[in-house]
Design a protein around this ligand. Structure first.
Ligand SMILES: Nc1ncnc2c1ncn2[C@@H]1O[C@H](COP(=O)(O)OP(=O)(O)OP(=O)(O)O)[C@@H](O)[C@H]1O
Length: 293
């Protein structure tokens, strides 16, 4: 067990700020989640999800819209709870609002009246000494290329810069597990590519475990060690792991490689998307269709 985990469980002070980010393995064992349905019954969204993520691994989750990707991420973060099964981090069950995790969303969710620097500082573990906290925030702003904009407020910077500040805020916690829910989904195509490269730089500097939900097959191929396809077998309601794909090659990968293009095709097939479009009246695209309940 890492120092930070021990601290979280025992209520002891967190690991010193500025330590290399720890990384912990994540295990999902038979995770199911049902929600109340309008007819008074329940509706299975996830069922029997089994997944092991190694410490420091980047795993991308792909699946049709509404299949339960965000729900799975929330369960790992302790923001939601499974109806069956369990989620563990470093062999210990996830707790409510688990302090071992940090979550990044599609929108930066920065406080508009605070400077970027003070927004990033919000992510520091409770009880961080002021001077150590300042130094850590400065290092993170440097890492995400915002050192010169530390004093700017969110409305004074671009959407991509705000999202970088949001990533720095998530990292400020020194998370063992970084959970990213479509973190670049709202950005323009070019900024999105830059952010993907930045995430790889950040991961090289702070090799934490990353679980990334994305709708973008190419993004998953560029960033992940493994891609997990969530979906339903059609026989029973609810989604589980349909396929796990190891992405070949070292990061950063050649976005134009034939090997990745072939894998992209296979993933699109797995998602039920016709890559040539016309045959089934669907546009060939990397955008993923809605989950059929
Ligand atoms: N708190 C809740 N109460 C009831 N239903 C919920 C709740 N949270 C999620 N759901 C339902 O669970 C299903 C899965 O939602 P979730 O957001 O996890 O899917 P997703 O795969 O992330 O979707 P998308 O790709 O569109 O973001 C949806 O049908 C959603 O309406």
């Amino acid at each position: 067990m890492t120092t930070a985990t021990t601290a979280a469980i025992a209520g002891a002070p967190p690991a010193a700020v500025g330590d290399a980010a720890p990384a912990a393995p994540v295990a999902l064992r038979g995770v199911g989640r049902a929600f109340a349905a309008p007819d008074g019954g329940t509706r299975d969204v996830l069922r029997g999800v089994d997944l092991d993520i190694a410490a420091g691994e980047i795993v991308a989750i792909l699946g049709p819209s509404g299949c339960g990707k965000s729900t799975l991420l929330r369960i790992v973060a302790g923001l939601d709870h499974p109806t069956s099964g369990e989620a563990d981090i470093d062999g210990e069950p996830v707790q409510s609002y688990d302090v071992r995790c940090a979550v990044g969303f599609q929108e930066p969710r920065l406080l508009p009246w605070r400077s970027l620097e003070r927004n990033v500082a919000l992510g520091l573990p409770r009880g961080t000494a002021r001077r150590a906290g300042r130094a850590h925030v400065a290092r993170l702003l440097e890492l995400v290329g915002l050192a010169e904009f530390a004093g700017h407020r969110p409305h004074e910077v671009s959407g991509g810069m705000a999202q970088r500040a949001s990533l720095a805020r998530a990292l400020a916690r020194n998370p063992e597990v970084l959970l990213l829910d479509e973190p670049f989904g709202a950005l323009d195509a070019l900024t999105r590519l830059r952010m993907q490269d930045l995430l790889l730089d950040v991961h090289a500097a702070e090799p934490t475990t990353v679980l990334l939900v994305t709708h973008d097959v190419d993004e998953a191929l560029q960033l992940a060690d493994r891609i997990v396809l969530l979906g339903s077998d059609g026989a029973a309601p609810g989604a589980d792991v349909r396929q796990t794909v190891v992405v070949p090659g070292h990061r950063p990968r050649d976005r134009g490689s034939a090997e990745l293009a072939e894998l992209r095709g296979r993933l699109l097939d797995g998602l039920g998307i016709d890559r040539h479009g016309a045959a089934r009246g669907i546009q060939a695209t990397t955008t993923i269709p809605h989950f059929p309940y």
